[in-house]
Design a protein around this ligand. Sequence first.
Ligand code: PA5
Length: 475
Amino acid sequence: MKQENIGLYYKNVTEEIIGDEGISQKQFEGLAELSKPVIRQINQQRQAGETAYRDLPYKKETIKEIKELAGSLKKTCENFVVLGIGGSALGNIALQTALNPYMYNLNDSHRQTPRLFVFDNVDPMQFASFLGWVGSRLDKTVFNVISKSGQTAETASQFLIIRKMLLDKFGPDGLRKHIIATTDAKAGTLRKIADGEKLPTLAVPDGVGGRFSVLSAVGLLSAAVCGIDIEQLLAGAADMDKKVSDDDFYKNPAAINAAINFHFYNRGKRLSVMMPYSYALKDLADWYRQLWAESLGKAKTIAGNDVHIGPTPIKAIGATDQHSQVQLYREGPNDKLFTFLQVENFGDALKIGQSPDNAPELQYLAQKDMAELLNCEKMATEYALLKDKRPCLTVIFPEISAYTVGQFIYLYEVTTSIAGALFNINAYDQPAVELGKHATFALMGKEGNFTNSLSYGQFAGQIRELTELDKHYLV
Ligand code: PA5
């Protein structure tokens, strides 16, 4: 099957298009020089096994295991429910929105595979509403609890609610039939629970952090259960792997993407707006926000010096946010780099109807394809931004398929690795997230020590002192 490839279009960040706000030929040459050793370093890290996510497209055993499990689940399961947060949920949501129809969950007569629900929060109203619905459907529902650590309070609390519900209804055997745990292969709280209760499990591969894990069991099981072609997804990622490993800066889309982002960050454009002109791609922008923010927002350089660096990723949706954000984007501060996601072929044409006789002013739309309108809106917005010298990149999807989405995911993962190296920070840790997690444990009454010299109880006291409401300041 001939595959169409996504492309990164970057002319509209150049001096030729946006004048002195853009990148000159000489600056591009400088970025190419700067990137050369970085590309080499990223490729060496990959060879040394330090970036395990790079090998996910080639894990044949995992794919086989997931396809078999998904195949057996599809026979009896009507509702597949993911419990997870951050890197343990955003990829699942993005794949589902991108690759299954908008009405997938509701359209029982067309859908051959289970409904999918992903819970990545602890909102009691949302979860209670779901529990009310699922309570009478538990016999046809499977829960995939995903947590590398098993300690994350949000996922753990959802899991404990579901565990009780299943135990009450079916007893311990029911747990094994209705829960699959995706977690660390050897260590961690969820691994301990799963082993103790003999739950079926899938492994989060060693050395793969949450936000780089969508192409592992973390993201692949729910996708496969819902009929997404995970082999095509991985084939797309593998194809992109060749491109983003290229030593030649000018042929390597991840290197060019990272260098452009780095360049503009250093020139005061510290906000990075991703704007898909496609509803299906909107949650990929959410996935990107986490990848970019957690990987690149860092206090220290690799050597441990203070730096407080990181572009702020923003998600906007075309055409919706033309009526919400674009006023600011054009006339507000010129502090943003825009990345549009554009789809060339949306599939079946959706013709717009005739205008009534008394409204000839709408007749220009009649018989036009809605896809043409959406893509014209993208061009129009880009034109308007360029007129105001705002730099714009576009990732062009010839179509939305498992293959092109796999390419996009891999492109952005490697872009993030290269950007991390350019910014000279560790793109793979998230120390600031950890502090918030532990503060939650403390406030929720966890026992034991947070650090050698501070118990969780004492830590909770410190947190309350700083954050408890002072009524003098409440108006
Ligand atoms: O990218 C990350 O590492 C994080 O976003 C984690 O995925 C998130 O905090 C959830 O962690 P866990 O899978 O351990 O529950």
